[in-house]
Design a binder for this molecule. Structure first.
Ligand code: PNS
Length: 164
């Protein structure tokens, strides 16, 4: 067995619009389990988000700059195809509460059927972040509320800039 073959890469895919403390929490857990974790930003050309893909890349790179085994990339297309091309062994998804299960299970089963070699691994977020979602953050931001307890400082700064 070569050292490379034991190097286990996981993808942490999502929209991350924006990247929250909940995402950061899952990422911290994932990087303790896998050798390397790639935050994989899914590009959805049909949906205009709050941040562009380039902005999300820059912001998440800033949030993770001290994490030696984390990288950030974008991709467009089917996640399982991208995972195969990257040689990833797992897809990490965060679970906050029971209501996440339905969507997550359907996606995990579909992904498994499309590519049985990539395992979906669910990690539970800390209780502190169980109620944070990017949708809630966007809503608070829209109504000019204080989002500083929901998102890491680079995201808060980028949101503040959007406001001006
Ligand atoms: O943060 P999100 O929006 O819940 O993440 C969903 C995401 C981006 C992981 C999912 O929509 C995805 O994988 N999109 C790429 C297309 C694909 O492969 N879909 C899964 C087939 S069911």
């Amino acid at each position: 067995m070569t050292p490379e073959s034991t190097h286990r890469l996981a993808l942490y895919p999502g929209s991350f619009d924006p990247f929250t403390y909940g995402h950061l929490d899952i990422l911290e857990r994932a990087r303790r389990v896998f050798d390397h974790v790639e935050v994989t930003i899914a590009v959805n050309s049909e949906k205009r988000g709050l941040f562009t893909t380039e902005e999300r890349l820059d912001i998440i790179r800033e949030c993770t700059e001290d994490m030696s085994n984390v990288s950030v990339q974008e991709f467009e297309g089917l996640l399982v195809d991208y995972a195969r091309s990257r040689g990833a062994v797992a897809l990490v998804r965060g679970l906050r509460q029971v209501s996440d299960f339905d969507y997550e299970f359907r996606m995990a089963f579909a992904n498994r059927r499309l590519n049985p070699d990539v395992e979906t691994v669910f990690l539970m977020t800390s209780e502190d972040h169980a109620l944070i979602s990017a949708t809630v953050v966007r809503e608070i931001h829209h109504w000019k509320g204080d989002i500083s307890s929901f998102v890491p400082p680079p995201v808060a700064r980028a949101l503040e800039k959007k406001r001006n």
